[in-house]
Design a protein around this ligand. Structure first.
Ligand code: ZN
Length: 277
């Protein structure tokens, strides 16, 4: 049995339901869930410090870039209604994606600061999405300190991140590539070392890599960003990018002996299997 998890990062105040639907409608029409990494209160002045010239985060629409303020997800009621309905239908898992999604926020070693951001982020998402239990954390930019990982463990979160964050915590399963493993009896770690669909790659290359990942792995985490299909904030998706994506989604849905699941559903099933075994 092959397992596929679809993960999308950067849903925020700036996300319209139409853009999510343009990418994920085929999965939802087939009853398949998507794990959405949701930013509680996105900061509009975030820059990407690992890219030359430190550009603004491409997930922020051009008209807002550089503003010294945060935009809470609750101020986009159309999006909240849309996602609550999907969550109630089991078609999205709402995952906590930092607090303001600033580049450095979760690499802090200050436990009190990490705890405050988690408290605030959870409080906002719980108000915005009463239909959605929030059980999974995805670090902004996949950058997270050992202190923050320990705090997430203490709080009971499942975690999806890249393998390079794991070495300082030898008590965690040292996974790499695409993999899931138990951190303890209740919490799962989901490692995803390649964003298969990325706007920096040609869509044909994204599709080739995604097909290969699906063929080679018992578990594949297909991570993407809905905004990349519109990059740079076009009204309509890039035709070649969305065609490659739709081809892959169609193939994933048609695979025999496979299941598309969410992080928390996968964790619940693993826990049940372990309890029975
Ligand atoms: Zn992100």
């Amino acid at each position: 049995m092959r397992t596929i998890l679809f993960r999308d990062d950067d849903t925020s105040f700036f996300t319209s339901p139409q853009r999510l639907q343009a990418v994920y409608a085929p999965l939802w029409a087939a009853g398949a869930p998507v794990c959405l990494a949701v930013i509680p209160a996105v900061a509009a002045d975030t820059r990407v410090y690992w890219t030359a010239g430190n550009p603004h985060d491409p997930a922020i629409p051009p008209a807002y870039r550089g503003q010294q303020r945060r935009y809470p997800i609750l101020d986009n009621p159309e999006l909240c209604v849309f996602l609550n309905e999907l969550a109630a239908a089991g078609l999205v898992e709402i995952c906590l994606h930092g607090w303001a999604h600033s580049f450095f926020e979760f690499i802090s070693q200050d436990r009190a600061y990490i705890a405050e951001m988690l408290d605030r982020g959870m409080a906002l998402l719980e108000r915005a999405f009463p239909a959605a239990p929030i059980r999974t954390f995805i670090p902004p930019y996949d950058r997270i300190s050992p202190t923050a990982l320990r705090e997430l463990l203490r709080r009971g979160f499942h975690i999806s991140t890249m393998s390079h964050n794991l070495a300082p915590l030898p008590e965690l399963p040292q996974l790499a590539g695409f993999a899931a493993g138990a951190m303890n009896r209740r919490q799962q770690l989901f490692v995803c070392d390649d964003y298969l669909f990325s706007y920096q790659r040609d869509p044909a290359e994204s599709l080739r890599r995604a097909r290969m990942a699906l063929a080679e792995n018992a578990l594949t985490i297909v991570s993407s960003h809905y905004w990349m299909f519109f990059h740079p904030w076009r009204e309509q998706p890039n035709p070649r990018a969305i065609a490659a994506w739709n081809a892959f989604v169609g193939e994933a849905l048609a695979l025999p002996d496979s299941r598309i699941t969410s992080f928390s559903a996968y964790a619940a099933q693993s826990h049940r299997s372990a309890s029975q075994g």
